[in-house]
Design a protein around this ligand. Sequence first.
Ligand SMILES: Nc1ncnc2c1ncn2[C@@H]1O[C@H](COP(=O)(O)OP(=O)(O)OP(=O)(O)O)[C@@H](O)[C@H]1O
Length: 316
Amino acid sequence: MHDPILSIRELCKRYPGKRGAIASAGVNLEVSAGEVVGLLGHNGAGKTSLVNQIVGLVKPDSGSITLSGVDAIANPSKARALSCVQAQANVPITGLTPARAISQVGRIRGLSRAAAEANTARLIDALDLSAWANVPAQKISGGVARLTAFAMAAVAPSKLVVLDEPTNDVDPVRRQLLWTQIRALADQGAAVLLVTHNVREAEHVVDRVAILDSGQVIREGSRSEVMADLEGHLTLEIDMIDRQPDWPGVVTPHRHHAMRWVGTAPSSTADELIRWAEATVKSGEAMRYGIAPVSLEDIYIGLVGAENTEAEGATA
Ligand SMILES: Nc1ncnc2c1ncn2[C@@H]1O[C@H](COP(=O)(O)OP(=O)(O)OP(=O)(O)O)[C@@H](O)[C@H]1O
């Protein structure tokens, strides 16, 4: 692997006050040029606090953050200059249009007028924003504002690009365009730290993931490393009508939410799973079922609990 652009070691942060939350409890994390690292974690896991410490908005209690060889804790303004951040809350651009806001950030970040305008036009086209490019910001939708904020971070990318929930409010079609642009940032050489709850879609874009829970990285690695425990397994989802499933012996129950029950089983048992699920639907006990290879989202839910994910609401 390349030398990391971002290197975080044993980072600790507790917010002040008698019952101050522990936001980072010994975080270690690296992001290298050319890779997208997905930072996953439930609400309150400490993701935004970590981002804020990287760019010097929150001061850690201990540990180190090195950004392109610079001590980011001692030099917060240098850290901000070395990184482009799409914050969780959009920067207000009232009085501007999306095109103007994007190209102005390009200019502030040192691009010539021509380069800023060319990059702005390219991003507007790639994100399918042409219809809103010249509309006053106060008239644009939340999703367009979110995509504009992404383009503002991507128009003149620095060595590190940090994206905090870039897909929030974005429609499914434009989310696909956005994922392509996120991947492109890394392919063009940036180190990308991507904070997201959207594990299902991010799975196809990230090179590595770090799962944060209560301020600690509880699992980290490439997709296949993180999924090693359930490599070669299938996920069986079945919507039961009014009772729990009488799973076949090959299934390990995983979780359930409302009527949907989820279990995993070795891929070699696919025929048996289909026979059992077909019979359960035919008997009227279930409405439908689905079988798919185990996903990163299944691993994530297994680690942090279904109540902490967007996709599910409760554990078994
Ligand atoms: N400024 C602050 N002062 C005190 N506590 C804070 C502050 N900001 C965050 N916290 C607490 O620190 C913990 C981590 O919060 P943080 O916002 O970093 O989590 P997160 O993983 O980004 O959550 P989300 O996905 O909801 O954005 C939480 O318990 C939160 O309540």
